[in-house]
Structure formats: C-alpha cells, structure tokens
Design a binder for this molecule. Structure first.
Ligand code: 3PG
Ligand code: MG
Length: 407
C-alpha cells in the first residue's frame, strides 16, 4: 500500500459540495475534561481548508464504545464545542448522525458551514458495517473525505462502508499519516531501525515478524525482552515473561539472523525487588538476574549500545516503551534513548516516526514528543500498519475505492 494512488484534497473542488468528513474525535477524556487535544488540533487543517473553499463540512465520528445504543455520557456534543474553540469557528452540533434530524440539518447548511453529527456508534450498524447504515450516511453528502487514520483499522460503516457509495478522498491528516508511515517503512532511507517495547510478545508477534523483514535493526525492550532472554536460557527471576512464547521468541531470533536483521536485546537491566515506584533496585548484567527480583528497565550499558546504534541509522520507527516509564526511576532507559533519538532528529541525522498507545505518553514523559519527525495520533491503526496489514479505511481511499456504486 502506498500513498501514490490516493486521491487527496488537491484534486477536490469543495465549493458548494456536501462533504462527509470522517474524523476521529475519540479523544481522551478524564473527569469530563478533554485531557489531550492533539487529535482535534490535527484535524483542523482539513476542516478549515474545506470550509474556506466553500465546502459544506459534515463531520462524523465515533466516540468511546457505547455498543450500539445512545449513551448520554458518550455524546459528541462537548467535543464538538472543543472543536469549535480550537477551530475558531461556529459549529452546529446535530444530535443524530442519520435520519431526518441529520438530513434536515444538512439541508439548512450554506457554503462554508461546519456541523458535527452525533456519535456514529450510537447505532449498532456502525460497527457491524451495515450496508443500510453506510447508505444512510452516504445519502447526506456528495463527497466522502476520510481524515481518521487512527480509526482506519476498523471496517465500520463510517470508515469503510460509506466509501462504497461516494467519491472518496484522503484528508490532510490522513495524507500526512500515510506519508510518514510510507517514508518510514515502505520506502525508507536506510539503514532503518525499529525500537519495539511493551509488555507482551504475544500482542506484538505479527509486528515483530513484519519488522524483521523490513528493518536492518530491531531493538526489543520492555517486559517483552524478558521472554527473549528466557528463550536464550537465561534466568529472569520473577520478571514478567510469557512462558508459552519461548519457542516463538526463538523462531523470531532465528528469522532475524537469516534475514540479516540486527536483533538487539538488553545486555544489562535494572532489577527491583518489587513492582513499585522507588522500589530498591540494582543494575545487573542479564546473565545475573537474581532470583526473586524483576527487570523493570534496561540498564546503562544497553542504553549506550542502543544510542550508538541509533547514530548509525537514517530512519527509526518507535513503538512501545523500554521499561516501566510510568514508575520512576524505571523511566531512565526510555528517557535516555528517546532523548538521543530526539537529539539526532533535531540535528537532521535521523528521521523518527513514533506511534501507538503508550508510546506517545512515554515520549511526552521524556519531554521529546515534539522533537520526533512524526508522531502518529493512532494507537491500534499504527500497530496494524506496522504488522503489515491493509487497513480497511485506507484501502477504500486507494484503487479499490475509485469505483463507487451509486446509491
Ligand atoms: C482509537 O482511539 O484507537 C480509535 O479511535 C479507535 O477506537 P476503538 O479502539 O474504540 O475502535
Ligand atoms: Mg483503540
């Protein structure tokens, strides 16, 4: 999959057109307040461009997981207000996403207007990708623009089904996300490396297997590394590990060797007696993890090794922390490597693309979130892309989506 075959907004004249814009307004909310506006901020260029050029912008999105019925706490109404504030433009919120309420709201629009429709997941047809739901959404508009890369791994009515019925375009955020991922993995400047951290080999198996085929260097950190160390016959004390994944880890190591991918595991770790912030800790070689202790971070020798390897790369993909970064001092390794990646990026020597769940928090914690070349807003979609999977929402913007069935 490449971005070359996508239709972008460069080829769309939005004037006077009703445009169904699939956004991802699934923002994190804590105690009724939006805790991170990144997804909203990154969406505004597309809305502004379409509205400024005279398009009638109909924003649709899911929010949270209401499971096919209206859940008042999961209304998009407050998020629509936040969007209006960031955009600096009036937005009308419409309390339904299909049917007469939505149709009437669209009929009342004039050129340059922006409306936000209620949560698509209030209907079971959204997640079921029900053709009727897709048709109802499509009937609101002339054009479909998908700017929700972070929801593109879902084959839902508003991310996939609707694109069968309307001419479909990638929004600016979608275009940027796909461009960044392509530059990192499809067509990277080499050598290209990946840092993959996190807790479990089992959840990142497809990702590791795909990475081995694409990158020249793969550094494995986090609790996942313990499983690899155990697979090499080392004792990892009471560290988190997956006993049933040892053979899998072995086969990944063998495959890496066959493919000439430099697989890097920790050579030393920070071990603690308890899983607790500030727990007594020690730095030990991986060959010397004491019984009853657990590895919670990579050690300084491993940091130095990784940082040296980073200096040789031209491109780096980062997914997952290298230690328990939420619990100081076990954030030291992640911070140090993230800061070196940031330094090389700022010096113009390295292109860094990061994304997926915890990664954004870890980079923010290391104060380098804004020093990477690109940080994806996507969690699951970023992971699935790294796994080499085709994302249904993205597929519909490529050749497959060019022939649309009329309603
Ligand atoms: C996300 O936040 O990962 C996307 O918005 C998709 O949400 P989902 O995991 O509930 O499908
Ligand atoms: Mg998710």
């Amino acid at each position: 999959m490449t971005t070359r075959s996508f239709r972008t907004l460069d080829t769309l004249d939005p004037r006077g057109k009703k445009i169904l814009l699939r956004a991802d307004l699934n923002v994190p909310v804590r105690d009724g307040t939006i805790s991170d506006l990144t997804r909203i901020e990154r969406l505004t260029p597309t809305i502004r461009e379409l509205a400024d050029k005279g398009g009638r912008v109909i924003v649709v999105s899911h929010f949270d997981r209401p499971k096919g019925k209206p859940v008042p706490e999961m209304s998009l109404a407050p998020i629509s207000e936040a969007l209006a504030r960031v955009l600096g433009k009036k937005i009308t919120f419409v309390p339904d996403c299909v049917g007469a309420v939505a149709q009437n709201a669209v009929a009342a629009m004039t050129d340059g207007d922006v409306i936000v429709l209620e949560n698509t997941r209030f209907y079971p047809g959204e997640e079921q990708n029900d053709p009727e739901m897709a048709k109802s959404l499509a009937s609101l508009a002339d054009i479909y623009v998908n700017d929700a890369f972070s929801a593109a791994h879902r084959a839902h009515a508003s991310t996939e089904g609707v694109a069968h019925h309307l001419p479909s375009f990638a929004g600016r955020l979608m275009e940027i996300e796909l461009g960044a991922l392509e530059a990192a993995l499809e067509n990277p400047q080499r050598p290209v490396g990946a840092i993959v951290g996190g807790a479990k080999v089992s959840t990142k198996l497809d990702l590791l297997n795909n990475m081995i085929e694409k990158v020249d260097m793969l550094a494995v950190g986090g609790a996942m590394a313990n499983t690899f160390l155990a697979a090499q016959g080392l004792s990892v004390g009471k560290s988190l590990k997956e006993a049933d994944m040892l053979d899998t880890a072995k086969s990944i190591m063998t495959k890496a060797k066959q493919r000439g991918c430099d697989l890097i595991l920790p050579t030393d770790v920070v071990v603690a007696s308890d899983f607790m912030a500030g727990a007594p800790s020690e730095i030990v070689p991986v060959t010397d993890i004491p019984d009853g202790w657990m590895a919670l971070d990579i050690g300084p020798e491993t940091v130095a090794l990784l940082n040296k390897k980073l200096g040789k790369l031209k491109t780096l993909v980062w997914n997952g922390p290298l230690g328990v970064f939420e619990m100081p001092p076990f954030d030291t390794g992640t911070n140090a490597v993230a800061q070196e990646a940031a330094r090389l990026t700022k010096a113009g020597q390295l292109k860094t693309v990061a994304g997926g769940g915890d990664t954004v928090s870890a980079l923010r914690h290391a104060h380098v979130l804004h020093d990477m070349s690109y940080v994806s807003t996507a969690g699951g979609a970023f992971l699935e892309w790294l796994e080499g999977k085709l994302l249904p929402g993205v597929v519909m913007l490529g050749e497959a989506g060019h022939d649309v069935a009329p309603l």
